[in-house]
Ligand binder design. Structure first.
Ligand SMILES: C[S@@+](CC[C@H](N)C(=O)[O-])C[C@H]1O[C@@H](n2cnc3c(N)ncnc32)[C@H](O)[C@@H]1O
Length: 227
């Protein structure tokens, strides 16, 4: 069920479907203390956070785990984590506190309005069945002028990704989809998209294939919301 926060629909009911319709909490019951993307991607994401997060920023890491990819040297304000597996979140030493909540069951975040300068969502947006409603909540908890940074690659637990994500197929299509989620809230001004898929000759590729492409969508709460 979507909440009644203000937003328009981007996805049809069919596009929200997952191949594995069992509860997400069951799927994430076992902690996965692993990295979900390669080192190049992770380094690029940390660099993006270094560029965009200011010292003292209060940060929400949405759909987090035991890692947040934050620059080690950056002294932030309060860092709150959110995810589905408590053991993973408890192992994340960047978090001051965390909340466990299934966003496909309840989108309303148990967090105060205007509480954060930045909301991050790393390599997880493909699992949201009601992203319009979730990003309306993100807008609610952001301070005026606050930013959201959504990053992803081409990896996923396919059985848990929504149909719209699987059918988009390309990075560009998925960037557009995430931008539409943000636009649907009416709160974010012109999302910026980042697409980096450097060509690496096959002879230089490490075992296991091509490097993970890097995609991100960044946006700030529109100035009108600051009124
Ligand atoms: C691929 S992991 C990414 C974790 C972390 N952000 C990272 O960069 O390694 C996907 C995360 O999405 C979260 N997640 C998946 N489905 C969710 C749901 N229905 N509600 C809340 N969180 C969910 C899980 O907790 C899981 O840790």
């Amino acid at each position: 069920m979507m909440t009644d926060a203000s937003f328009s629909s981007v996805l049809s009911d069919t596009q929200r479907q997952k191949q594995n319709a069992r509860p997400d909490r069951d799927f994430y019951r076992q902690p996965r203390l692993v990295q979900h993307v390669d080192e190049r991607f992770r380094t690029r994401l940390t660099e993006l956070y270094r560029e965009r997060l200011r010292p003292g920023d209060d940060v929400l890491d949405l759909m987090s785990s035991w890692v947040s990819h934050l620059p080690e040297e950056r002294r932030l304000g309060r860092v709150v984590g959110h995810g589905l597996n408590e053991d993973e979140l408890a192992a994340n030493d960047r978090l001051d506190r965390y909340v466990v909540q299934d966003l496909n069951k309840t989108q309303r975040l148990p967090l105060e309005p205007d509480a954060f300068d930045a909301v991050l969502c790393a390599v997880s947006v493909q699992y949201l069945q009601y992203p319009e409603s979730v990003f309306a909540e993100v807008a609610r908890v952001l301070r005026p002028g606050g930013q959201v940074i959504v990053s992803f690659s081409n990896r996923m637990f396919a059985e848990k990704a929504i149909r719209a994500w699987r059918e988009k197929g390309t990075g560009r299509g998925r960037l557009r989809l995430v931008a539409q989620y943000l636009e649907a809230t009416g709160a974010f001004a012109s999302p910026e998209t980042i697409h980096e898929n450097p060509h690496v000759p096959p002879t230089q590729r490490f075992l296991g294939g091509a490097p993970d492409p890097f995609y991100a969508v960044c946006a700030r709460v529109a100035a009108d919301d600051a009124a």
